[in-house]
Design a protein around this ligand. Sequence first.
Ligand code: SAH
Length: 266
Amino acid sequence: MTNKAKSHGRYHVQPSLIPKSLIEEKKLLNKVWTAKVLTLYPETFPGVLGHSITGRALKNKIWSLEIINIRNFGVGKHFNVDDTPSGGGPGMVLRADVINDTVAAATNNLDLSNKNWPIIYLTPRGKPLTQTISKELATAEGLVILCGRFEGVDERVIQKWNMQEISIGDFVLSGGEIAAQALIDCTVRHIPTVLGNEESIKSESFNNDLLEYPQYTRPTEWNDQKIPEVLLSGHHKKIREWQNQQAIKITKDRRPDLWKIYEKKL
Ligand code: SAH
């Protein structure tokens, strides 16, 4: 197994990008949960992850982000990363040797033997991403995340690195970058202190296999509609009961599959 990039001249792991302050790393961040993202479009990161809750946590070094440009491992004068699919068919496929060198560079300082660093390939044919999976991934030391493009990635390199294939839904995106940001966002939310209020993750959708109850805020009367009285009563037990009933109703109506799981646990 060659764990080294072939050309040392191209052997850069480039932390991208703007704003630089968000992606400072190494020494200070050694111990924090880290996402190492392999992409052909490094400028798309941190993207939405640089804002609000995830952005604040990134700035506060509660987690870290490292972006590795697949193009740096391209072959030849033009740094080619793809070629036509074997057996014909439309589009292009990311080359096994190029992706292999990229993964090797991203993981060369990691101990991959103890499963603390799952290597994930985002693909529509992967296992559907769930809140349970993201919770589990948050307990790893970090993730190596491969963003595909074109028709996808040569199968041999997926097998070689024993990649976990994950899908963010039954639809096809143009590339893995949006999927990677979705995966990182929902995972980082499970890291203690990322959400200011630890209660919020407990009451959110999918906790207990139920969808969330309806939310309201001021003004108490809007568009001829009042906020349900019980929420203004200050009676915490009654409020919880109402919220639970609503969560059950919404889950039954919209997601019979989730409702079945919930019912079994009753
Ligand atoms: N030919 C592939 C689709 C390729 S789409 C197929 O039919 O399955 C190009 C890239 O976008 C993929 O390699 C993957 O990394 C990403 N992608 C597209 N849809 C996705 C989804 N639903 N979940 C996760 N990644 C996705």
